[in-house]
Ligand binder design. Sequence first.
Ligand SMILES: Cc1cc2nc3c(=O)[nH]c(=O)nc-3n(C[C@H](O)[C@H](O)[C@H](O)COP(=O)(O)O)c2cc1C
Length: 342
Amino acid sequence: MNPWKSQPIIGQAPMDGVTDAAFRYITDLHGKPDVLFTEFVSVEGVGNGAVRLLNSFITHETNTPIIGQIYGTEPHHFYTVAIIVAELGFSGIDINMGCPDASISKRGAGAGLIRTPKLAQEIVRTVQKAQKDWSNGITVDDIALRGSIRKWVSSHKPKDNPRSLLPVSVKTRIGFDEITTSEWIPHLLEAQPAAITIHGRTLKQMYTGQANWEEIAKAAEMARTTETLILGNGDVHSRNDALNKIQEYGVNGVLIGRASFGNPWIFTGEEVSNKVRLETALEHCKAFERLTPEGHFLSLRKHLAWYCKSFRNSAHVRDQLMRVQSSADVEKILNSVISTLE
Ligand SMILES: Cc1cc2nc3c(=O)[nH]c(=O)nc-3n(C[C@H](O)[C@H](O)[C@H](O)COP(=O)(O)O)c2cc1C
């Protein structure tokens, strides 16, 4: 399943703490985006044996391509985790070069890589080499790995996983302190990633201001004579908005992030009733318990708040939902509300 094969692509953006297995499952079921991403995973963390980080790579049965996203600075750890991503059956591997979080960018990872383009290129090439080696038969048994990580991978890898060359992509921003699209994007293009997703803000902007789609269009123009696809990202608020931006800015697709909170239907453009929204909230909670039984149920409270709005008494229902510990608690609260809705 090559995620980049047919275009235009309208996919869900990777979001740490949000696009876990359960939300990806719900988005897939109700929105059918063209591509889904995991939350990002630290290659140094996994390389040093932090097995709990691999929970972000838990996934579900689907025909939608899912891309494993990773971040870090050490090429040898990228190599190791790239082999793990292939072994786990993902359809692609994405390198985060856009995270503005100080704890990540200050050590040179995420958007920090915009300041070290040679290292960024080396990382892309290392991950491409890992995919080539994996398609030629290397397995996790051939690489140095902590025992706990090896065990996790062998218990989570799919039984049937034909070897193929996974496409390597990058997700980044338009600059660090200031806009440097014209210098930064050519460095990435030299390493020939299959796709680059560009969030139209600098690191310094974090999430403030408006995403700059003119800069995204500039990058799309630079890539026109290459094999690399360009996806735009930032402030897309509906399916129609996505389609318009693809036309207007000449990109091969877009990723939608925050506008999909509590709204997996954004990818189809369907408007759903409050009743369907709340039924889906409950379905989401049950999927969480099924797919990640060891996960912290508290992480679902934000999703519940996103689903539960715009109907009479919704603030009061949200308050109640902020105390739930299980899907059974959610069911009790929502069933009484659902029966009063159309
Ligand atoms: C809560 C949250 C977590 C995020 N985590 C990631 C991540 O793990 N990897 C990544 O590449 N981008 C991450 N992002 C950035 C989004 O993928 C996206 O680039 C950004 O939200 C802009 O798109 P939007 O305006 O459609 O939300 C995150 C954003 C948010 C709001």
